[in-house]
Write a protein that binds this ligand. Structure first.
Ligand code: ADP
Length: 401
């Protein structure tokens, strides 16, 4: 019967009658019998199939059973196949086969004894089946060992990523609470001071100029906290892929003029006048609120890190789209830092307390890319920086993931 796992047995004899008889004797389920009437024919079959056993007639014209066995022992593929020689001769001639020590060899004598034939063949075929089963188990074990190894590698990588994510989150929480604490502390101290004055009956100091200054100071602290919270919310929207862009027709040079105007006081406080070179009006479909956020982020950074020197904003229309650049002449950014400032929570170490949460440029880049645009920086330490944003005039065909 031909089944995929059938043990194959080769019988070789020059006499068809012998082949037929032997075949009938050893045939059974789960076994596949191949017949060859010469050594040459047998070699062809031996190269094609994997046999559990070969039963060779010793006396054949042309290649004898022993010669065939010697050829089998000389080839890797057939070396380990057990051989049963069928011979009419006495025992003394059996050792004429010189290759017997390399594999199992047995003898059957003519006239064949039915039980002896069956039991010898059964032993060899059973041995073969056991060997195959062991091989299958070893292969399965090896496969599962490799799978486990791969799983371990993936697990270790995921563990590393998780640890890094937890570290980043912890760093962020401590940074965010610190950044929120600073304006909150100032507000708290101010309110304590006011209460103290009122408790002492000093309501008279709360005149109009004092109240104006007080409101302006409070507003600055509250705005700082609102900015931080907005940035955190934007970063969380970006990370959960929920940042949406609402495109409306808008004109970019007017937006730049408005932002520069709104930052006049901040620029004056930083000692960095902002000049705008807007050229021609550029109208396209963009998210006005988000583009304004991009420009404000770049300009507030230029004021923050610009060391009190002039800041220039320009708008150009290039073939690839509208190009906004913000140039300062401040501290500049080293080449390695330029690689990472657009990443989340990435701040260049500073001991002067000028930095924020390290979210501004991350959000800026995401907003620009959500418009199908790009952002780049050119900078040298001590010589200032130029941030350039390019926005295509037509929305990209495929949405940016
Ligand atoms: P932050 O809130 O810390 O300013 P950003 O993402 O806006 O975060 O900027 C990341 C870092 O890049 C800043 O900490 C700063 O060191 C550096 N950086 C950004 N803009 C400039 C600039 N114009 N000049 C020098 N350094 C800058």
């Amino acid at each position: 019967m031909r089944t995929p796992d059938a043990a194959k047995v080769l019988i070789v004899d020059d006499l068809p009658g012998n082949l037929l008889a032997l075949n009938a004797l050893i045939r059974r389920d789960g076994r596949e019998i191949f017949q060859a009437s010469s050594g040459e024919e047998a070699l062809d079959l031996l190269l094609e199939h994997e046999f559990a056993l070969a039963i060779l007639d010793v006396q054949m014209p042309g290649m004898s059973g022993f010669e065939l066995a010697e050829l089998m022992r000389g080839t890797g593929k057939t070396r380990q196949i057990p051989i049963i020689f069928v011979t009419a001769a006495g025992k003394e001639q059996n050792y004429a086969f010189t290759g017997y020590e390399t594999g199992a060899v047995d003898f059957l004598y003519k006239p064949l004894d039915v039980d002896a034939v069956r039991s010898k063949v059964n032993v060899f075929v059973d041995l073969y089946s056991q060997r195959m089963e062991t091989r299958r188990q070893v292969e399965a074990l090896e496969k599962s060992r490799k799978e486990q190894e791969l799983l371990m590698q993936q697990l270790t990588a995921t563990q590393g990523e998780l640890q890094a994510a937890v570290r980043t989150r912890d760093d962020f929480i401590s940074m965010a609470t610190h950044e929120l604490r600073t304006p909150l502390n100032t507000l708290y101290l101010e309110s304590q001071l006011r209460k103290m004055q009122l408790d002492r009956g000093r309501a008279d100091i709360f005149d109009l100029p004092y109240l104006h200054a007080m409101v302006a100071r409070d507003r600055r602290q509250i705005e700082a906290m609102m900015r931080l919270i907005d940035d955190m919310m934007d970063a969380s929207r970006i990370n959960s892929k929920q940042l949406s862009i609402r495109r409306v027709p808008m004109e970019l040079s007017a937006l730049l003029a408005r932002v520069v105007e709104n930052l006049t006081n901040q620029a004056a406080a930083a000692g960095s006048p902002i000049t705008l070179d807007a050229g021609q009006p550029v109208t396209a479909l963009w998210d006005e609120f988000r583009i304004e956020q991009v420009v404000i982020n770049l300009l507030t950074n230029a004021l923050r890190y610009g060391e009190g020197k002039p800041v220039e904003v320009s708008l150009r229309l290039l073939p690839q789209g509208a190009c906004i650049s913000v140039r300062d002449q401040g501290r500049g950014i080293s080449a390695p830092d330029q690689q990472r400032i657009f990443e989340q929570f990435s701040r260049v170490a500073s001991d002067d307390g000028t930095g924020g949460l390290g979210l501004g440029l991350f959000i800026t880049r995401q907003l620009v890319e959500a418009h199908g645009g790009s952002i780049s920086v050119e900078s040298r330490q001590g010589e200032g920086s130029v941030f350039t944003v390019t926005l295509p005039l037509t929305p990209p065909v495929a949405p940016i993931p």
